[in-house]
Design a protein around this ligand. Structure first.
Ligand code: SAM
Length: 362
């Protein structure tokens, strides 16, 4: 139960009254959920469960509200052995007993526990989702690392030294990365940490990242964001609700053909870069004739020198899959007709526009 909720104590013979109170907590939980107030809904369901621990409706209601904050990808990510092994190797290379470690976005506490296992004596594990932070505390306690790891249940950008951490950390570990590298806000998170939470010479893991993009032909990828005439009806108006930005998809699950070489679009130095908008333009020479449906992009991440991670199409096991931005309409491309590819990011999301530059004289 949340610490700020009062325990409800009722006389033992008041079972009818208890049932009514439980039903009222559940009713309020559902109403709050429908209004999008998931944290408040969780509190109501917790109150119901405090009175009737086996109440299935309250359990499902609480779980439904928690799921709004805890995406399903957590499980797939945790089973990505390559990700875990590479972070583990990188962490054990840099952690020393005299180093103070900050793990931003600890999730289950995994990377903090790796740091503790590597010999760290002080780790601050911060997690912005309270339900996740509460579970991380339990996992860390059960693993016997609670003397070393302190869980802070707030977003790192709300943390300050010494209120949330006794002193600035000299190692930052973070895996706050989505399929397109920036989508979990890593640039702003690390920039804030450099300013408020880290020593001037702190080691930052990951140290750098790069985003690559490639033009592809793939009807089935395009169909993930586009509909036309089907079953005798014109459904194309539904495309006004289609995604203008990227979504994740596994390229190897589609029939696809490359129409350009992969291009490096953005490079980030996590020791220096912040979330300021950036824009880059590229002249792309198509490598084949075809219909360009989408721009597929991915990252390469440097953890420490010699240890890196990628979700490129050549690494089909990666739980991150690839980032896909479908073009509004397929674009006919030919090797003799270069395209202008405009790439922008706003610190969180990368977005492309592609325009044909017409035929060039050989
Ligand atoms: C991709 S998961 C990684 C979890 C864990 N580090 C691991 O490697 O298994 C990222 C986690 O970071 C949390 N998060 C993202 N940005 C954060 C921030 N700035 N402060 C605190 N938590 C953050 C999310 O809620 C999520 O639980």
């Amino acid at each position: 139960m949340s610490e700020d909720l009062h325990e409800v104590v009722l006389p033992a013979d008041a079972s009818g009254a208890v049932d009514r109170v439980v039903a009222e907590f559940i009713r309020r939980g559902h109403a709050l959920h429908e209004s999008g107030m998931y944290d408040k809904a969780i509190e109501e369901f917790e109150l119901a469960l405090a009175l009737d621990g086996d109440n299935r409706e309250a359990m499902l209601g609480q779980n439904r509200a928690i799921r709004r904050h805890v995406p399903r990808w957590h499980w797939e990510m945790l089973h990505d052995r390559e990700r875990a092994d590479l972070y583990d190797r990188a962490i054990s290379q840099v952690v020393r007993p005299d180093r103070r470690v900050l793990d931003i976005g600890t999730g289950t506490g995994l990377l903090s526990m790796m740091a503790a296992r590597a010999g760290a004596r002080e780790v601050t594990a911060c997690e912005g989702q309270p339900a996740v932070a509460a579970v991380a505390k339990q996992i860390i306690r059960a693993a016997g690392h609670e003397q070393v790891i302190t869980v802070v249940s707030k977003r790192s950008t709300a943390m300050r030294v010494p209120a949330d951490m006794p002193a600035r950390a000299d190692i930052l570990i973070t895996e706050t990365i989505d399929c397109a590298l920036l989508g979990e806000g890593i640039l702003g998170t690390i920039a804030h940490a450099r300013e408020h939470l880290l020593t001037d010479d702190a080691l930052i893991l990951p140290s750098a990242g790069r985003v690559f993009a490639q033009l592809v032909e793939s009807d089935t990828l395009f169909q993930k964001n586009h509909v036309g005439k089907l079953y005798g009806f014109d459904l194309s108006e539904f495309n006004s609700l289609a995604s203008l930005e990227y979504f994740d998809s596994r390229l190897r699950n589609h029939q696809w053909r490359p129409l350009s070489e992969p291009m490096e679009i953005f490079a980030f130095d996590f020791y220096k870069d912040g979330p300021d908008e950036r824009r880059a333009e590229f002249v792309v020479s198509p490598t084949a004739e075809g219909r360009a449906h989408a721009i597929v992009f991915w990252f390469e991440l440097d953890l420490v020198p010699g240890i890196g991670l990628t979700n490129s199409p050549s690494n089909p096991q990666s739980h991150w899959k690839q980032a896909v931005q479908c073009l509004p309409d397929p674009l006919q491309v030919r090797p003799a007709e270069p395209l202008l590819l405009d790439a922008r990011h706003d610190g969180i999301s990368i977005h492309f526009t592609a325009v044909s530059m017409g035929e060039t004289t050989p």
